[in-house]
Ligand binder design. Structure first.
Ligand SMILES: NC(=O)c1ccc[n+]([C@@H]2O[C@H](COP(=O)([O-])OP(=O)(O)OC[C@H]3O[C@@H](n4cnc5c(N)ncnc54)[C@H](OP(=O)(O)O)[C@@H]3O)[C@@H](O)[C@H]2O)c1
Length: 180
């Protein structure tokens, strides 16, 4: 029997839930990027094809599982998944086959992929950026969270400094785990 795994969404969103303009991020938080690296190292990442395009390469020490409906799509160092079930199978297979892999599947975004995977997610590592950007016509957003389903813990508040806006780290844990 395969052990069941925890799916963890890692996301930075603005106060108005915007996470990007469809092509990239709307802020630069160097400390948050380091935190994302630490949270995801040794894990498979499930991401949408537009998020893959915005990063432009496979992230080292992790599997890049890219969801796309284009059967001919390829990306160097990426694993293509036609749907969420296929993405989860690839993630489980990568964890089983990779020495030192952690038993966590990371829901890496963007907006479409968070929406598709939230119901299967047990934990959200959330950065809330204290701004309300207009993400433009292709803005991506993080779904609304029902407080009846999630326990919320404030981990750290970071004041604004120079060009870096104030932000805070929260951990949301599903009251009744789903496991994937
Ligand atoms: N702030 C954060 O933490 C964070 C994290 C990640 C991304 N982002 C931002 O989010 C934005 C991108 O988000 P987005 O919502 O525009 O795009 P996305 O979720 O990254 O990718 C969307 C694409 O994924 C594929 N897809 C979606 N649902 C699918 C399904 N059920 N089955 C198979 N393929 C599926 C489709 O690819 P095809 O069109 O190829 O079929 C679709 O066009 C960017 O601005 C990025 O910078 C922010």
């Amino acid at each position: 029997m395969t052990a069941r795994l925890e799916m963890v969404a890692v996301v930075a969103m603005a106060r108005n839930r915007v996470i990007g303009d469809g092509a990239g991020l709307l802020w630069h938080l160097p400390a948050d990027l380091k935190r994302v690296r630490a949270l995801t190292m040794g894990c498979p990442l499930i991401m949408g094809r537009r998020t893959w395009d915005s990063i432009g390469r496979a992230l080292p020490g992790r599997a890049s599982i890219v969801m796309t409906r284009d059967a001919d799509w390829t990306g160097e160092g990426a694993l293509r998944a036609a749907n969420m079930d296929e993405a989860l199978d690839l993630a489980r297979g990568w964890i089983a086959a990779t020495e030192g892999a952690r038993p966590e599947i990371i829901l890496f975004g963007g907006g479409e992929i968070y929406a598709a995977g939230l119901a299967l997610t047990d934990r959200i590592e959330l950065t809330i950026v204290e701004i309300d950007p207009d993400g433009g016509p292709a803005a991506a957003v993080f779904p609304e969270l029902d407080p009846a389903i999630w326990d919320r813990e404030l981990l750290q508040e970071v004041p604004a400094e120079g060009a870096v806006p104030a932000h805070r780290y929260e951990r949301l844990t599903r009251k009744v785990p789903v496991r994937v």
